[in-house]
Design a protein around this ligand. Sequence first.
Ligand code: C2E
Ligand code: MG
Ligand code: MG
Ligand code: MG
Length: 288
Amino acid sequence: RAKMEGRGTWRFFEPSMDASLQRRRAIELDLREAMAKDEFSLYYQPLYDLHLDRICGFEALLRWHHPKRGMVPPDQFIPIAEEIGLIGPLGEWVLHRACEQAVTWPGEMKLAVNVSAAQFRDSGFIDIIADALAASQLSPRRLELEITESVFLANSAETLATLHKLKAQGLRIALDDFGTGYSSLSYLRSFPFDKLKIDKSFVRDATATHGSKSIVRAVISLGRSLGMTTIAEGIETVEQLNHMRAEGCNEAQGFLFSHPVPVTEIAAKILELRNGFKTSALRNAMAS
Ligand code: C2E
Ligand code: MG
Ligand code: MG
Ligand code: MG
């Protein structure tokens, strides 16, 4: 309804505006100032190598600490940032900050950074990546960009050119939330991804419903035959972990290993997960 009325046609919180629209408008206004007020931070969630059986990196996840609303989840503000043209500077901040932080991590840990479609399509994106790498001195081999299938809604020749230029810098590209988008198998053949990230909705159901189980199996085998790594996101139970391992998935990520943590907890997470993953029950038993 808001879209049909057109953006910018009202200035005030009219009583007729419904609550969700008011909230959205308020978030929009606050978002414009949040960067200057230093309200953003990055949390990091471990990526776990199932073959080496140890932590192999972290995914950077943006957090907004709103002075009144508390933590606003990215699903609630990133789409707005995209619409109001703020994702460019915000995404650039994320890249610079994440690379700066990751360069200090021990053990060649990888860094995965989410990139929104609007950001990816920006003509300056290649240079932004090059700048973030140069400024931080992070090896491009350690950087992985996570894009979603929505980038393919735009000009595919340009998308392909951008992907090739990025890969020429030495970094890797992962396709996030795989299976939830406008999935067309043809672009898996045409686009040089390094990794498929199996969406958590399939992971959640893979141990329960036959359909999801088959999809997971097919994606892993597709990845393998196309030379792409597979990672399962949203692993919450030991059963899901064992299932993904048995299916030959390369990596895993989820609350079972760790929730996303602030940068101050990175060193502890590496120590905790570098020699294999123990379930908390096992850890407790060993500690006592
Ligand atoms: P995503 O890239 O697919 O990230 C995974 C999301 O799943 C994260 O939510 C993470 O906290 C959550 N997650 C991880 N493990 C589990 C689990 O075991 N169970 C469940 N239920 N969830 C789990 P988060 O941090 O709220 O981020 C949501 C989305 O916001 C991300 O999805 C990504 O699309 C976007 N996002 C986050 N940070 C950035 C950023 O810096 N730039 C851009 N463009 N998008 C970002
Ligand atoms: Mg992601
Ligand atoms: Mg995802
Ligand atoms: Mg997601």
